[in-house]
Ligand binder design. Structure first.
Ligand code: AMP
Ligand code: MG
Length: 425
């Protein structure tokens, strides 16, 4: 859209940084996910080794889970037809059945079975009365008329039935999934192969841990951040160190990385107008677009392919690395790994105080979600939001996502937040 045919309400003004070649966060997300497709290759793995891996085939249940009807309580199994509709009834206790020790006979009229949680229901019985609801006297129990037939029984297959698609291809095997695979009695599953990711930092000012700092120097933090996120994602990561801002060194590093990696991640040197030789190298080695994304932090992003490798050139500022990782690079790598993905979970809460924001870009401010004295969930800022202030990330437990067209937020207004962690990650 050219400036002349932009609707008036979208026309750029002095206080937004609208640029015609800038992509919205949504458009960048769509383009990245369109361009990235899963790596080829899979392997069969013992179930425990599949933790953190992506299933490449649907898993169908070959058993009922639970395998047979069983008791949900410690109590007495009986025939529902023996329940009194009024007054009390006495039943004879014929035996005891523990989990793993079925009662082999059929329960007859007037009989009950002492049964423990998880023990299979005996033939004939369809109801369990919890032990605290009966009066027991020797071999007899007395029950009243407050019970219903069918109570406290877990039905065979109520969790998973034979033939059910339990987990579909593209599912990441996490805590729940590993338990599910275990419940099916599987020995091995087929998973997508691990992806290989090479990463390095760029910048003449970067120093490694242990080295002394001179004026203008900074310790390289981005390689630590990337080490952490890649380890958590479960990829084969190769740290290629710090590459100086020199064309020959860069070109060498890119070709080395492209020779073995499925994806290459770099930080620094992608700002507009800066280090133009990076663009030249990219154009020679592959197909890479230099994007400006209407977001803060994290505006510049180089995205494309170098040889067979998917390339992500992230900005150098440490908070920008975190933001572009979370919003684009991580979803793209998950896709490359063969995982089915969706937009990050978010929800709306009230802002504890006013928040500054400029129209014309999506802002990922760092926030702290907490309850006030009345128990209401509110979000407040971590303070300074500069893209070099990495402490804002460690203080935060969420992103406050302020949409493209919004401007400043007033105290008490609803804002969208993306929590960093869940209860079961
Ligand atoms: P650049 O994108 O290369 O222009 O870098 C932007 C800012 O981020 C500069 O202040 C850099 O010094 C800083 N920076 C770049 N890479 C790193 C890194 N690996 N660790 C810490 N700061 C960095
Ligand atoms: Mg730099």
């Amino acid at each position: 859209m050219t400036d002349s045919n932009r609707p008036v309400h979208q026309a750029p003004s002095c206080d937004d940084d609208y640029q015609p070649d800038t992509l919205s966060v949504e458009a960048a997300w769509d383009r990245i996910l369109q361009d990235v497709s899963p790596v080829h290759g899979s392997e069969r793995l013992p179930v425990r080794s599949a933790l953190g891996r992506i299933l490449d085939q649907d898993i169908h249940s070959t058993v009922n889970v639970p395998y047979s009807d069983n008791s949900a309580m410690d109590g007495y199994a009986l025939r529902g037809v023996d329940l009194p509709s009024q007054g009390d009834a006495d039943l004879r206790v014929v035996a005891t059945s523990l989990a793993g020790h079925p009662y082999e006979k059929t329960l007859q009229a007037g009989e009950s079975l002492r049964i423990m949680t998880g023990a299979p229901m005996p033939a004939g019985a369809d109801t369990v009365i919890p032990q605290e609801k009966v009066e027991r006297d020797g071999d007899t129990i007395r029950i009243d008329s407050t019970h219903r037939a069918g109570q406290n029984v877990r039905a065979a297959g109520e969790d998973l039935a034979v033939g059910d698609c339990v987990l579909s291809a593209g599912t990441r095997v996490g805590i729940a999934e590993l338990g599910m695979l275990g419940s099916l009695g599987l020995v091995e599953v087929s998973c997508r192969r691990r992806i290989r990711v090479a990463y390095f930092s760029t910048g003449d000012e970067l120093r490694s841990a242990g080295a002394a700092l001179g004026p203008g120097d900074v310790y390289d933090s981005n390689r630590y951040t990337l080490h952490a996120v890649l380890a958590e994602l479960g990829v084969e990561a190769t740290d290629m160190g710090v590459i100086p801002d020199e064309p020959a060194a860069m070109e060498q590093a890119f070709s080395d990385a492209a020779s073995f990696a499925d994806a290459i991640l770099t930080s620094g040197g992608v700002s507009v107008g800066e280090a133009d030789f990076v663009k030249d190298i990219m154009q020679r080695l592959g197909e890479v677009g230099f994007w400006k994304i209407a977001m803060r932090p994290g505006r510049p992003l180089a995205f494309g392919k170098i040889g067979q490798a998917q390339f992500f050139g992230m900005p150098g500022n440490p908070v920008s690395v975190v933001a572009t990782w979370c919003q684009f690079v991580k979803p793209a790598l998950r896709r490359l790994m063969g995982e089915r993905i969706s937009r990050p979970l978010s929800f709306r809460v009230r802002a504890a105080h006013a928040l500054r924001k400029r129209r014309g870009r999506t802002e990922f401010q760092r926030g702290i979600l907490e309850r006030n004295a009345d128990g209401e969930l509110l979000v407040r800022t971590t303070g300074g939001q500069g893209s070099g202030i990495l402490s804002s990330v460690s203080l935060a437990n969420c992103f406050i996502v302020l949409p493209h067209d919004a401007d400043a937020v007033a105290e008490g207004e609803f804002v969208e937040v993306q929590p960093f962690h869940g209860v079961m990650s």
